[in-house]
Write a protein that binds this ligand. Structure first.
Ligand code: ZN
Length: 431
């Protein structure tokens, strides 16, 4: 376990920049995995274990600021030059497809108005809304209504996009990545922080806001999968595959970064532990075991989709694939995506779990496009995706940190997966 903790600490360290696309975060993480593969003497399938691919991704490398201007003569709140600052990462984040922009300043601030939600049902309200110019002001909308925006007539949607900026007020900050960039700056603001800030500065009036977003849409950014294998002793042309994505959400602004301890330093650490296990002379497998650390999962399963379109081992020679993502908790057990699709293999997993008394509960789920197993499943490769349940609630936020990751079921999941792979042909004795 000390090595597991160290792996997770290394991958979540500030210099890894959240393993995203700003300040070479993903490249640093890839280098780290490459060096671990090398230390274990794993065999490459390509030079430097590398399978490169390109992606488009919107990033936030520069300034990210949001402040509410206090009413004149209001001294009750701690002020920084007349503004109440919200903290990036903690109180607000950039929406995935936010554009760049700068609104408000020392002498001017833009007013933000709450979207009148009767526009979703009332034609008269729609007309009123269209007549109000928005280009100097912003719109705030509760996350409850954002889905309905796509149902609005095009003219209204265009009018919304003409606003100087858009704030989505959310109950929890959950970051993600987008391959495109909108014209206007867009921020997700935590409901509690917004309520507190607006009450402190404006009471019931429309708050005036100053903000700055430096967004950069990176096009044809080169990322990579890292692929290594241990040749099978008996059937080297049959493959068992272990996968985990090493990328995460990167940074927002100059200081906020997403450590991604549970998502997915935990699964990457598990992959490296399994690689270390099968690399030992006494555990050399009967079938070849392939280890793939995927890039760009958070950007939309880009690395794994690229792999199935450019497979480095024939997909029909993959006997089974185990994908590892979110393995840092476990007080409520483990969920197995595709467990319902593959009842035979799921029963095997259950039997092994009972024999070992490994995890308190194994729950089977149907198919889900929620991690890197999915592109393989879609191509007919039998695959499970395992994740742990319970413990921390941090997810796609700055709180997903190594220090608070409980790793409750980590050791038992390791035993379970190695037993499972052994039973499927990883162990020489079983064949
Ligand atoms: Zn994720």
């Amino acid at each position: 376990m000390p090595r597991v903790r160290r792996t997770i600490q290394d991958l979540t360290a500030p210099d890894m920049q959240g393993r995203g696309y700003v300040r070479n975060g993903d490249l640093k993480a890839a280098d780290y995995i490459r060096s671990r593969f090398r230390q274990l003497n794993l065999q490459p399938l390509t030079p430097n274990y590398t399978q490169a691919f390109l992606l488009d991704v919107n990033t936030f490398p520069g300034q990210l600021k949001l402040k509410l201007r206090s009413k004149t003569g209001h001294f009750a709140f701690p002020l920084f030059g007349g503004y109440h600052h919200l903290r990036p990462g903690v109180d607000f984040i950039a929406s995935p497809n936010s554009g760049s922009g700068r609104v408000g300043g020392f002498c001017s601030a833009a007013v933000v108005t709450q979207l009148d939600t009767t526009v979703f049902s009332d034609l008269a309200a729609q007309q009123r809304f269209l007549q109000k110019p928005l280009h100097r002001n912003g719109i705030a909308i509760s996350a409850r209504y954002t889905r309905q925006i796509s149902t609005l007539p095009i003219a209204l949607r265009q009018h919304l996009e003409s606003a100087a900026f858009m704030l989505t007020i959310v109950p929890k900050l959950t970051a993600s990545l987008a391959p495109t960039q909108s014209q206007q700056p867009r921020l997700d603001v935590l409901e509690s922080a917004w309520t507190k800030a607006t009450t402190a500065t404006h009471g019931k009036e429309s708050p005036s806001v100053a903000l700055r977003v430096d967004a950069e849409l990176k096009q044809n950014y080169q990322a990579q999968n890292l692929v290594a294998y241990i040749p099978g002793q008996i059937r080297p042309d049959s493959f068992l595959v272990v996968t985990a994505h090493y990328d995460h959400l990167g940074t927002m602004g100059k200081h906020a970064y997403f450590p991604g301890a549970n998502d997915n330093a935990s699964g990457t650490a598990m992959l490296l532990e399994l690689a270390a296990f099968y690399a030992r002379a006494e555990n050399k497998p009967a079938y070849s075991v392939v280890f793939i650390a995927f890039g760009a999962e958070e950007a939309g399963l880009i690395g794994s989709s690229f792999f199935v379109n450019h497979p480095l081992v024939p997909l029909d020679r993959i006997r089974f694939l185990v994908n590892l993502d979110l393995l840092g908790t476990g007080s409520e057990g483990v969920t197995v995506v595709n467990g319902r699709e593959l009842p035979g293999q799921f029963q095997l997993l259950q039997r092994l779990n009972e024999a070992r008394q490994a995890v308190p509960s194994l729950a089977a789920r149907g198919r889900a496009a929620n991690s890197d197993h999915f592109p393989f499943s879609e191509r007919g490769v039998p695959a499970f995706f395992l994740y742990t349940r319970g413990g921390i609630a941090a997810y796609h936020d700055v709180q997903d940190r190594a220090e608070t990751l409980p790793l409750t079921a980590f050791a038992s999941v390791f035993v379970l997966i190695s037993d499972f792979l052994n039973a499927l042909g990883a162990h020489p004795i079983s064949k």
